[in-house]
Design a protein around this ligand. Structure first.
Ligand SMILES: Cc1cc2nc3c(=O)[nH]c(=O)nc-3n(C[C@H](O)[C@H](O)[C@H](O)COP(=O)(O)OP(=O)(O)OC[C@H]3O[C@@H](n4cnc5c(N)ncnc54)[C@H](O)[C@@H]3O)c2cc1C
Length: 434
């Protein structure tokens, strides 16, 4: 098995290609090895490198660093979520614990950006939860009450306002929340790679085949080499299960998204020249849609149980067709051939949508499973798991560890059936908003 780099995602294609990459060769030793160079692994490596400049840190990825889900997401840096998993968040105290973590995540991203002078098209424009179904007003009214109790500014909107603000008359009801942020994920991740301290060595195109603890040392096997390390951090998110990490507590989901070319001035003015915006669906399987800074439309409207190591071009084309319909429903006036790229990405879920942040053994640590909030929470968890692996603690760790732990999942066969049935049910309920 391996994870293949593809060139399907516009966010990544718009950056310069990474050059002079190195892969693991021979037998090498270090103090810390981090597996996975997405937002979590990059944040962990940066923090570890800062904590002790004399430590030798290896950061390893199966593909080009950062080019997994971390650079191919929809770019919502969220302060709240409505559909974070398969359970509803009616319990205010638990929801507050969740939003406390999102808040710390936003602060971690902003602090990183400020410290390293990062430009990743960050726009604090808030976000919308919107639906074409007027009957979803009830859900939004309830959610609005919860948000107000937690002091998140928000207001309800209806068709005409939504049309004015989004340029589409597809949505009938919506809730605007002031706190959401939009950004370009690939630019953020590239900045994280550039910010790696000197004592962090990055190895790419190096797939971890297996690992073991031998005489108190961590031994990691790759195709062309072995890394021996004192401690290890797993930051492989959607691939945790395939490495046997917390395998009864998380499972991968494959998401696909499409992005259009930039709209022409005429196309843009025909839809009312709206400012940059982002819409999250009211229903779990509905579409996430964005108007980007450079006037492209991004849509993510599939989530499924699939082989995380492979989605063929043919399978991707079928998802692109679903995304084309999604764009057409919202912007019927735009041409049919407007999609520029379609890509897939792997995320990790837990049964109760709680994240994983744990010491698994004396020298083994893991952080992951953020559902739809990995930009902020991944940055936070990466930094904090580094602090934990360094045998220190922080106020953030105390807050993170107050959250519910992920709950146990049934064996894969039953899990697959359960998740597929649930996704099918949610897809049916969301079908108007895909
Ligand atoms: C289409 C899509 C839209 C999304 N939208 C949003 C959004 O709007 N907002 C948000 O906050 N989140 C969103 N997410 C989720 C977010 O992208 C993830 O939560 C986040 O990227 C997780 O970061 P990570 O570093 O933990 O994992 P990843 O970015 O998945 O990084 C893990 C890395 O581990 C590597 N790896 C795996 N197995 C091995 C191995 N055996 N050996 C070596 N390396 C290995 C992989 O190559 C990968 O680079 C979205 C995800 C997708 C796919």
């Amino acid at each position: 098995m391996n994870i293949v780099n593809d060139h399907f995602c516009t966010w990544i294609n718009n950056l310069s290609s990474r050059i002079n990459t190195q892969s693991v060769k021979g037998i090498i030793e270090c103090d810390f090895v981090i597996i996975g160079a997405g937002i979590t692994g990059l944040s962990a490596a940066r923090k570890l490198g800062e904590l002790n400049k004399n430590h030798n840190i290896y950061l390893v990825d199966a593909q080009i660093a950062g080019e997994g889900a971390s650079s191919r997401n929809s770019g919502f840096l969220v302060d709240t979520t409505l559909n974070d998993g398969f359970t509803s968040d009616t319990d205010l105290e638990n929801y507050k614990k969740k939003t406390d973590i999102y808040k710390l995540g936003i602060e971690a991203v902003k602090k990183f950006m400020q410290e390293y002078q990062v430009d990743c098209d960050l726009n604090e424009c808030g976000k919308y939860y919107a639906s074409s179904k007027i009957s979803d007003l009830k859900i939004l009214e309830n959610f609005s009450k919860i948000l107000s109790k937690l002091n998140h500014q928000n207001h309800l909107l209806f068709k005409n306002d939504l049309k004015k603000e989004l340029g589409t008359n597809f949505y009938n009801v919506g809730l605007y929340t002031k706190g959401g942020i939009l950004l370009n994920p690939a630019k953020l991740v590239r900045a994280m790679i550039n910010a790696l301290p000197n004592n962090v060595k990055l190895f790419e195109n190096s797939f971890l085949i297996n690992w073991k603890i031998h005489n108190g040392q961590i031994v990691c096997k790759f195709k062309n080499g072995i890394i021996k390390s004192k401690k290890i951090i797993f930051a492989t998110n959607g691939f945790l299960k395939s490495l046997g990490i917390k395998k009864n507590y998380n499972f991968p989901l494959t998401l696909t998204a499409s992005m259009t070319r930039p709209l022409t001035n005429k196309e843009y003015s025909d839809i009312g020249s709206p400012k940059e915006w982002g819409v999250l669906s009211v229903r779990p399987m509905g579409a996430t849609v964005r108007m980007t800074k450079d006037k492209r439309i991004l849509i993510r409207n599939t989530a499924e149980v699939s082989n995380p190591f492979k989605m063929t071009k043919l399978e991707l084309d079928k998802r692109a067709a679903i995304q084309k319909i999604g764009i057409k429903k919202r912007f019927p006036q735009l041409p049919d051939d407007i999609i520029e790229s379609t890509w897939s990405g792997i995320v990790s879920r837990t049964r109760n949508s709680s994240q994983i942040f744990e010491k698994l053994d004396d020298n083994v640590f893991v952080a992951g499973c953020y559902n739809g909030s990995g930009i902020g929470v991944g940055t936070l968890f990466g930094e904090q798991i580094a602090i934990k692996a360094f045998n220190e603690t922080s106020e953030e760790i105390k807050i993170i560890e107050k959250k519910k732990k992920p709950t146990w999942l049934p064996p894969t066969f039953f899990l697959d059936i359960g998740v597929k049935t649930r996704l099918m049910y949610e897809r049916l309920r969301s079908r108007s908003d895909i």
